[in-house]
Design a protein around this ligand. Structure first.
Ligand code: GDP
Ligand code: IMO
Ligand code: MG
Length: 426
């Protein structure tokens, strides 16, 4: 399951629906920057770090090698699941290969954000994601979950803290700086390890064994394909491969095992943080979408930037992610508009582009070429069958399918599990 926009496409809802008949649900990239919401009747689960499928008592949940893991956040999330009556004992595994988000990563994230200029302000979630991935790729200052219980761990922290203190001080020489304390950090993380140790294990071969034994596995993408580090709107992206191409690297499961990719599309566009967004509506229409869709971040509470659906971007990310079918989410939010625009191309000067530009500066300059579709007045939150949707809502969904060249298999008309229309593929 892959988000095809800038995240928050309502992946959590769909993962929960699909997990009902899956054996294993895997998070394989990102970390606590995600915010996935699952609504079941009057219960709301907000998951940042663990797979949303964990809400199903039969499903085994995996946090894979490609995730950057924050032990404190995981423990907090486990506590809140327990208080909501979800037991995870014996069915949650954290990869020993997963890299650990340490306190310096969060500080680096904050400092980098503070020091960055207006034009290249990414507006991260401040969860230390980028700095942790940077240390993973750099290798010398990286700590993995499997390192936490090793005898060398305290010495590793000491070595790294010595370097990080120098680095942080030189990044921000002006302010009074409280140096990181290696002994305190070691003690804190050894405390987390005591709690998490029974869940930390090798997961790559375990997953391959499970697949070979015929288990059904669902990969839960976090963020969205436009935030992909290699293929998204760089540098205004996250630090992992959040499009479909990230599944294999992040989980250790090769492409031959992937037999279906569901692309998750919000019926309009949203984005949190900086970076270009061709169809952004900084006006009353955007505000109306924000209020109807309750478009405020699950992780940071920030208002999300809202706009019309961008079919140029969607064609690109659906191809990039190799989608087999689409799930169109939050269609109910668009009720009540006289007309709706969808971007079908971009214009720069006299040039018309049908492909998504690779440079953020080019994307910043484009003017969307809009096609106008008629809106519908009716509220559709009680629709449960395709026939229950007004003809104009059906036409809107069909237009998305035609632009991408893939069938729409799911339409979501509200946050609850039940507010979903399934269109069996012919
Ligand atoms: P995710 O990050 O992709 O999992 O999405 P978020 O959980 O951050 O944001 C999606 C929000 O929309 C959540 O509050 C969901 O409960 C809600 N939601 C999910 N599906 C629908 C839908 O079809 N209609 C409406 N109105 N809300 C939905
Ligand atoms: P889910 O899984 C929306 C955005 C941040 C910022 C950029 C980089 O809920 O869809 P990071 O902290 O990752 O270094 O921030 O990416 N971002 C998200 N936007 N949904 C998310 O996750 C996001 N995770 C990160 O706002 O612009
Ligand atoms: Mg979210």
């Amino acid at each position: 399951m892959i988000g095809l926009q800038w995240g928050d496409e309502a992946k959590g809802k769909l993962v929960d629906l699909f997990a009902a008949d899956q054996d294993i649900v895997v998070r394989y990239q990102g970390g606590a920057n995600a915010g996935h919401t699952v609504v079941v009747g009057d219960k709301v689960y907000k998951l940042h770090h663990l797979p949303s499928g964990i809400v199903h008592p039969h499903a085994v949940a995996i946090v894979g090698p490609g995730v950057v893991t924050n032990p404190k956040t995981i423990i907090g999330e486990l506590d809140s699941l327990t208080s909501q009556g979800v037991s995870y004992q014996g069915r949650l595994w954290l990869s020993d290969r997963s890299h650990v988000v340490m306190p310096w990563h969060v500080l680096e994230d904050q400092l980098t954000d503070r020091l960055s200029g207006k034009d290249n302000h990414i507006g991260t979630t401040m969860r230390g994601i980028g700095p942790c991935y940077r240390d993973k790729v750099g290798r010398s200052h990286a700590i993995r979950l499997g390192d936490l219980s090793r005898p060398e761990f305290p010495r590793r922290v000491e070595e790294i803290v010595a370097v990080k203190n120098q680095m942080l001080r030189s990044m921000d020489p002006g302010s009074a700086w409280e140096p990181l304390n290696a002994a305190e950090i070691t003690e804190q993380y050894l405390g987390y390890t005591k709690i998490l140790a029974p869940m930390i294990r090798e997961t790559t071969q375990w997953l391959l064994d499970a697949l070979e034994a015929g288990k059904r596995v669902l990969f839960e993408g976090a963020q969205g394909a436009l935030l992909d580090i290699d293929h998204g709107t760089f540098p205004f992206v996250t630090s992992s491969n959040s499009s479909g191409v990230g599944i294999c690297g992040g989980s250790g499961v090769p492409p031959m095992w992937i037999d279906k990719v569901v692309g998750v599309v919000k019926a309009y566009s949203t984005r949190v943080g900086g970076g270009p967004m061709a169809t952004e509506l900084d006006n009353e229409i955007g505000q109306r979408i924000r209020e109807r869709g309750r478009e405020y971040g699950t992780t940071t509470g920030r208002p999300r930037r809202c706009g019309y659906l961008d079919l140029v971007a969607l064609r690109y990310t659906a191809r990039l992610s190799g989608v087999s079918s689409l799930a169109v989410m939050m269609l109910d939010v668009l009720s009540g508009f006289d007309k709706l625009e969808v971007a079908t191309a971009y214009r720069i000067g006299d040039e018309v582009l049908e492909r998504f530009p690779s440079h953020a500066d080019d994307l910043k300059q484009v003017q969307p070429v809009y096609e106008t579709l008629p809106g519908w007045k009716e509220e559709i939150t009680t629709a449960r069958r395709w026939e229950d949707l007004p003809p104009n809502a059906q036409a809107y969904v069909r237009r998305i399918s035609a632009a991408v060249g893939k069938p729409v298999e799911w339409v979501s008309v509200g946050p609850d599990r039940s507010q979903t229309i399934h269109l069996p593929l012919k």
